[in-house]
Ligand binder design. Structure first.
Ligand SMILES: [Zn+2]
Length: 397
């Protein structure tokens, strides 16, 4: 009788959550990790063996900032071709849906996608059902959309997949009155507090100081777009990491990359990294206006941090266990420990000359790129599709 359903054989298995880096096999039974070790396929396999020689095998990548509500917010993209097929087994949707638009998100997208999708619910009940392009009306320019009780009700009704509350505090989204920005943050925290889950706060270009925002956040909350180049960034006028940022990290606030179309600047990132401000999580903020560049996907975003000098283990930690922890799912996902859901990413380290572009048109040439080859999601194998990036950019040596 077969011992395992599926074995991923012979890869370099890297699981930062367990401090594991070894050439070995990963065995799966009934959609969960059963064992990690040598020669597991010899014990008998029912469904098949995936050959991972020459590849890195990691816990399924978790992208903490995506927009996968296709068809309702204009920025939404389809999850399976852009997440699962690009190596991401769990996409955290960052506020595309609010309380009024969440039920359809669940029924027509989340429940029918192969990508695991969990969500940060927008405090604005319409979510991002607005035009983000120039001239769009911000989702909280009228604060009446920030409905705390509605958000709490919906978050409780979908507590299995709503992992926190999202707000965007930039003036384009909440208007130019600082009091309104404060009120949006207060309502976000009231809802998050009531459901006992974290807040995710989009910073940059705010009418109130970053120091004030950070001072109001709690342990476990996430600040997204940590390397943006708008006003109220992590660096002060002299280019030094703000004291409030250091305090926030000590307090356990997660600083997330959220690359996006306008939120990742190589100069800011490099200056911050040089001073020891590492991101807690690396996420893409992938949406309709950046999938064809400069973001492409999470693997390309993660590769930019290899280029910036972060060691491979530290990069992988920030796309596996750290984002899993940020949404309260550590142990279930983000690790290959026995009992965890059988989500895996198989990646190739492609050496070559790779132009990496930030959100401001700065292009730097990197030498290594993480290229997703296939994923296992809940014990099932899916091939990855070729990246748009690889077709357009660079070349392999
Ligand atoms: Zn976003």
């Amino acid at each position: 009788m077969a011992h395992y359903d599926l074995v991923v054989r012979g890869g370099r298995v890297i699981d930062p959550a367990q401090g594991l880096d070894a050439h070995c096999d990963v065995a799966i039974v009934r959609g969960r990790i059963a064992a990690v070790g040598q020669n597991l396929a010899e014990l008998g396999v029912r469904d098949g063996v995936v050959d991972a020689h020459g590849l890195i095998v990691t816990p399924g990548m978790v992208d903490l900032h995506t927009h996968v509500y296709w068809g309702v917010p204009p920025l939404g993209i389809e999850p399976d071709p852009n997440c699962l097929a690009r190596g991401v087994t769990t996409a955290v949707d960052a506020g595309s849906a609010g309380a009024d638009t969440f039920p359809a998100f669940r029924r027509y997208i989340i429940d029918v996608s192969a990508t695991r999708i969990v969500a940060m619910l927008h405090i604005s009940s319409i979510g991002m059902a607005r035009d983000d392009q120039a001239g769009g009306v911000g989702e909280l320019e009228d604060i009446r959309w920030a409905k705390v009780e509605r958000a709490i009700d919906v978050a409780r009704a979908h507590s299995d997949i709503i992992m926190g509350i999202k707000v965007r505090l930039q003036s384009d989204m909440v208007g130019n009155d600082p009091e309104q920005c404060r009120e949006a943050l207060r309502r976000t925290q009231a809802a998050a507090h009531a459901i006992g889950k974290p807040a995710m706060v989009h910073v940059g270009g705010t009418t109130i100081p970053l120091d004030e925002i950070l001072g109001a956040l709690n342990t476990g909350d996430t600040v997204t777009h940590c390397y943006h180049a708008r006003s109220e960034g992590v660096l002060d006028e002299r280019g030094k990491v703000r004291t409030s940022v250091k305090r926030a990290i000590e307090k356990g606030i997660n600083f997330d990359v959220g690359h996006g179309r306008g939120s990742f600047d190589f100069n800011v990132a490099r200056r911050a990294l040089d001073q020891g401000l590492l991101p807690g999580t690396i996420s893409s903020d992938i949406h309709a206006w950046n999938i064809a560049g400069p973001v492409y996907d999470l693997a390309t975003t993660a590769s930019k941090f290899l280029h910036l000098g972060l060691p491979l283990h530290e990069v992988l930690r920030r796309v596996t266990i750290n984002p899993a922890t940020a949404v309260g799912m550590a142990g279930r996902i983000g690790t290959l420990a026995p009992g965890a859901d059988a989500d895996l990413s198989l990646l190739r380290l492609a050496e070559g000359e790779w132009p990496f572009e930030d959100s401001h048109g700065h292009v730097e040439l990197g030498g290594t790129r993480l290229e997703p080859v296939s994923v296992v999601r809940a014990g099932k194998v899916y091939p990855c599709s070729p990246s748009v990036y690889a077709g357009e950019q660079g070349h392999v040596h």
